[in-house]
Design a protein around this ligand. Structure first.
Ligand code: SF4
Ligand code: SF4
Length: 252
């Protein structure tokens, strides 16, 4: 879409003849397909095909002193040589190279492609598993200016609503470790998507799991993963849950 916008602006400001080589055209937003059609009708030359080479070796008078873009028009099925004054490469958006480091610093998740992950695509699109940390704009995935501004406003509103309250209420039902049973194996830490667990050493230098009570959301995943039963959720211990089940069964 930004290549289409550039094509439009270049043509409008300079009256230049613009060629746009593309492999796949995806106009994903409202009115974008119409914009593409309009540009086609207004004389932007869209050529479906991958550029094979750019050369300054002229084969004709017309090509002298120009850059020549050589590509195959896959719709017409023939090779083209397009002499131009300037070539603009429209590169893909990539996540920042140290995204992994930033994610670790703020205790947030990222996808395999390196972009940061929101808490829930539809229900909580700018929040992250770490309370008070929000992701907006292209750090979360490629997006245009309109979507970036909308997300930025949402992120700012979420942050303001937290600040205006003046205090943060933490979850009461959070993970707790029975240190007598904990082996420090780290399985609970592996499954905690809120990065609320750390493996530390106790006074005898034995590894032991420690819960960060601010980060813990009480989801209970760690309690399920713990092989020794050392991990449980406050107010939802195994004994309490079994008692509730028993009471239910008795009632029936
Ligand atoms: S999974 Fe259980 S035993 Fe292993 S570190 Fe966590 S709490 Fe300790
Ligand atoms: S209850 Fe959920 S958030 Fe809390 S430590 Fe366990 S897995 Fe992490």
């Amino acid at each position: 879409m930004y290549a289409l916008k550039d094509a439009y602006l270049i043509r409008e400001k300079t009256c230049a003849r613009v060629y746009e080589m593309y492999i796949d055209m995806r106009c994903f937003g409202e009115g974008y397909e119409e914009f593409y059609k309009r540009l086609s009708e207004e004389g932007i030359h869209f050529i479906r095909g991958k550029v094979a080479r750019i050369t300054d070796q002229a084969l004709s008078e017309e090509e002298k002193g120009k850059l020549v873009v050589i590509c195959e028009d896959t719709l017409l099925g023939n090779m083209l040589r397009v002499p131009v004054d300037m070539v603009i490469l429209c590169i893909a958006i990539e996540p920042r190279s140290n995204a992994e480091q930033v994610a670790r610093l703020f205790n947030i998740s990222h996808r395999p492609d390196g972009f940061f992950q929101e808490r829930h695509l539809k229900l909580d699109p700018v929040a992250t598993p770490t309370g008070g940390v929000f992701v907006v704009g292209c750090c979360e995935g490629p997006k245009d200016i309109t979507d970036t501004v909308a997300q930025a406003l949402a992120g700012a509103a979420e942050a303001l609503s937290l600040i205006s309250k003046g205090r943060v209420t933490l979850e009461a039902a959070i993970a707790t470790v029975n240190t007598a049973l904990c082996l420090g194996c780290g399985r609970c830490k592996e499954v905690c998507e809120f990065h609320a667990l750390e493996i530390v050493e106790d006074e005898t230098r034995m590894p032991l799991c420690q819960v960060n009570e601010v980060l813990c959301q009480g989801c209970g995943t760690c309690a399920v993963a713990c092989p020794t039963g050392a991990m449980s959720i406050r107010h939802f211990t195994e004994g309490q849950i079994l008692s509730m089940v028993n009471a239910l069964v008795e009632h029936r």
